[in-house]
Design a protein around this ligand. Structure first.
Ligand SMILES: CSC[C@H]1O[C@H](OP(=O)(O)O)[C@H](O)[C@@H]1O
Length: 345
């Protein structure tokens, strides 16, 4: 079940805030509606918000198709700027926007309507490429998944977090499709509950054995010898392999290291950011504390008591066993080893 569907002129967004109880599609026909769907996390997941922003730019180009060219280019700049303001951590968002800006710049000789068509096709290509990258990544990750593996994963990195198939969940899917008899522990992943609500939903649909655990149970299971490996996604990976991912990932990596359990990151190369040397430079999104204090519409923290809500944390590369991408695997990632991924094409 993909998170977005292009309808030729508008973008249907599966409202992930309503899952798993309700499957509700929201029609986005303006740039602002797309931007708000990303900001409110109706659609979320690094590659998914990149693809969504690309279609938001396509909608913007169609809205601006009646402008003359000298107005069209600054108008499209403003469209890209608006979408770039939605969420700061996942580099896939900025990768998609930058790819669209380059496309517009290198095709400025076309008329506005031709440009709008070209931009729409590029958004569709970005989505199609993402699914293909995820399936390739799944195959690269297979060698790290022993038969019968008990896998712990965090957040949601499946079809709902991408244009389809998934990153870490893509590796899990590939292992299941290869009859490796795996089972999954899904961290519920407070406060948005991507694991409990979305990963469990996806794996149940695929008949992959899944058990939801609270985030605080991971160490207990590792100490009981119940976890064979951890695999997670990523929102931004810097030149030395430091990885930003959903809050709670760093704690998992420390626990995995302590227990001698392999810790894998699966992410397409659109998640790599070689402009940053280390994870200390990654901007961590600070979301509303109300998303922590209020659960299912019910206040759990007394009014007036503050709450923190960093939406991501950074796992140092030394805690990562391997980074799996569609261009291959980097084991024991560091700056020198990651450089192999920093090649165009
Ligand atoms: C395919 S990796 C998706 C990545 O994005 C998630 O964050 P959010 O749900 O806030 O968009 C989480 O960090 C996942 O690992």
């Amino acid at each position: 079940m993909e998170p977005i569907k292009w309808n030729g002129k508008t973008l249907a967004v599966l409202d992930q805030l309503q899952l798993p109880e309700t499957i509700e599609w929201v029609e986005c026909s303006t740039v602002e509606e797309v931007a708000e769907a990303i900001e409110k996390m109706k659609v979320r997941g690094a590659p998914a918000i990149g693809a969504t922003a690309a279609f938001g730019i396509a909608i913007g180009a169609r809205e601006g198709a009646n402008l003359d060219k000298k107005e069209f280019f600054p108008y499209m700049d403003a469209v890209c700027d608006r979408l770039a303001k939605t969420r700061p951590t996942a580099v896939n968002l900025f990768w998609a926007i930058s790819r669209m800006r380059e496309l517009i710049k290198h095709n400025s000789d076309l008329d506005v309507k031709q440009l709008a068509e070209l931009i729409t096709r590029e958004a569709q290509t970005i989505a199609q490429e993402d699914v293909e990258m995820n399936k390739t990544m799944g195959q690269y990750g297979l060698r790290f998944i022993p038969d019968g593996a008990r896998i712990l994963t965090h957040c949601n990195t499946g079809a709902l977090a991408t244009a389809g198939y998934g990153t870490a969940l893509g590796v899990i899917r590939a292992a299941h499709e290869a009859n490796k008899n795996i089972s999954v522990y899904a961290d519920e992943t407070r406060p948005y509950l991507q694991g409990a609500r979305l990963t469990a939903f996806e794996l149940q649909q695929d008949r992959i054995p899944v058990t939801v655990i609270t985030d605080s149970m991971a160490g207990y299971l590792m100490r009981q010898g119940q976890v064979d490996l951890v695999i997670v996604g990523a929102d931004r990976i810097t030149a030395n392999g430091d990885t930003a991912n959903k809050i709670g990932t760093y704690s998992l990596a420390v626990l995995a290291k302590h227990h001698g359990i392999p810790f894998y990151v699966a992410a397409p190369t659109s998640t790599l950011d070689f402009s940053l040397e280390t994870g200390d430079q990654i901007e961590i999104e600070q979301r509303s504390p109300e998303e922590v204090s209020i659960i299912g519409g019910k206040r759990m923290v007394p009014e007036g008591v503050p709450a923190l809500h960093p939406a991501f944390d950074v796992t140092p590369h030394k805690l990562i066993t391997a980074i799996i991408t569609e261009k291959g695997v980097v084991e024991s990632p560091d700056r020198d080893r990651m450089a192999v991924l920093n090649r165009k094409g």
